[in-house]
Design a protein around this ligand. Structure first.
Ligand SMILES: C[S@@+](CC[C@H](N)C(=O)[O-])C[C@H]1O[C@@H](n2cnc3c(N)ncnc32)[C@H](O)[C@@H]1O
Length: 405
């Protein structure tokens, strides 16, 4: 063990609930009551809700062939989606949005575009996660093939804005498919969980589809727009995001998160979606402090969730110069759950400018070695001082450089 070569410090966690206000946490905890106020279900419909959620889950995963493009227009499916998926997505997205750098978000009144907006989940999540943005006059173009889901989403957003007592952002709903012309170019573009659906409907590999996605995103945006793309943490979606990342970097853009460097992506998911062992970039958090009523509903729908995952890229607005760190200091991003290693050690895979790394530390039962300065979690950004990077040892199994903390 070559601990003398390194020292480390936790910079930020990706899913720290401490970054959410008490008001936001309260609204998330009672999201079911907000929907009930906007689009009530009677007691018989509420009784059937778990079963309908379960049926929808089949259509979104193992029975995709039976799903219609406009599935969100169907009242039962929309109601099930909003009361389960939107709620979980708000839990995921609020944590993420509250913990990524502010340089991604608008700083003045501007035009924003949310693609595959569904029930406006991203807009509502951003309102809840970043209260400082509420004072900006943002115009949100929301694009989706389903008009019904956006109409319900706008009612939910307005109801939540009313709870917070601030003037809501201006919403312009556009019914149409990805590629539909939008009147104004966006200074900020968001998209959550849509590319995954487009990929499911296509037999083409991400290497092909990404080119089209990137060109269309460019057409929608001003040159220096902030861009925030979030997808489920599955291999094909992560591969799509990694390929988009490469294109943004080639065009001189800065990825504010999750990437701690602009070198080649060491978790690019190349072929991971075909079952190969390549690692793909995704992050997870434990759902133990998710809203209790949402957890109960998930159990009733036989879809209990112990961890939530996602993949994402956040592109800074502007063409900022990369600030180079001092030669012996580097930032790394933890990108796996804990791995058990021999001799009371544990580890985590991490993304670094040296490529894939295996961060190694004594586990909780290790009485021989000093306790590590902190216990990492998936998504943590850590600053490490490495005196001689060239002398970092390598893990035989994965080829990753080993960093001791
Ligand atoms: C899984 S939902 C995500 C909704 C919302 N962004 C969220 O994260 O909760 C995917 C959305 O993409 C929409 N969608 C699917 N294909 C689309 C297309 N070609 N163009 C625009 N929207 C599309 C669906 O109607 C649906 O509302």
């Amino acid at each position: 063990m070559n601990k003398e070569n390194t020292s480390s410090k936790l910079i930020t966690s990706l899913f720290d609930t401490g970054s959410l206000t008490r008001e936001t946490t309260n609204i998330l905890n009672s999201f079911d009551e907000i929907i009930q106020g906007v689009r009530p279900l009677n007691s018989r419909q509420l009784q059937q809700l778990p079963e309908n959620i379960r049926n929808l889950s089949h259509q979104l995963t193992d029975d995709r062939a039976s799903r219609r493009l406009g599935y969100m227009n169907d009242n039962i499916q929309l109601s099930s989606y909003v009361r389960y998926y939107t709620w979980w997505n708000l839990v995921r997205l609020t944590r993420l949005f509250a913990n990524i750098p502010a340089t991604v978000f608008p700083t003045s009144d501007c035009t924003c575009l949310d693609l595959g907006s569904g029930p406006l989940t991203v807009v509502t999540a951003l309102w809840l996660a970043r209260p400082e943005l509420r004072k900006l006059k943002l115009t949100w173009y929301c694009l989706d093939v389903s008009a019904n889901s956006m109409a319900l989403g706008e009612d939910i957003f307005l109801s939540i804005a009313a709870c917070t007592g601030e003037e809501p952002w201006h919403i312009v709903r556009v019914k149409g498919a990805f590629g539909t012309t939008i009147k104004q170019k966006a200074n900020f573009l968001t998209c959550a969980n849509m590319f995954n659906e487009l990929d499911q409907a296509s037999d083409m590999p991400p290497e092909f589809t990404t080119k089209k996605y990137y060109e269309q995103i460019q057409r929608y945006c001003e040159n220096d727009a902030g861009v925030l793309l979030v997808e489920p943490g599955v291999p094909k979606a992560a591969r799509t995001l990694s390929l988009l990342r490469t294109r943004f970097i080639k065009d001189g853009r800065t990825i504010a998160a999750p990437c701690p460097h602009a070198e080649e992506c060491p978790m690019s998911g190349f072929k991971a979606y075909t079952g190969s062992k390549n690692k793909w970039c995704n992050f997870a958090f434990s759902t133990e402090d998710a809203p209790a009523k949402l957890q109960k509903l998930s159990v009733a729908a036989k879809l209990p969730k112990e961890r939530a995952t996602l993949s994402f890229i956040a592109v800074e607005h502007g063409h900022a110069e990369l600030v180079s760190a001092s030669p012996d200091t580097t930032s790394i991003r933890i990108a796996s759950d804990k791995l058990r290693l021999p001799n009371y050690m544990c580890g985590y895979y991490a993304c670094t400018r040296f490529g894939l790394a295996l961060v190694r530390l004594p586990d909780e039962n290790n009485k021989k070695l000093p306790k590590p300065p902190f216990r990492p979690q998936s998504g943590d950004l850590i600053q490490v001082k490495i005196k001689t990077p060239d002398s970092l040892p390598k893990d035989e199994k994965s080829g990753a450089v080993i960093i001791e903390i």
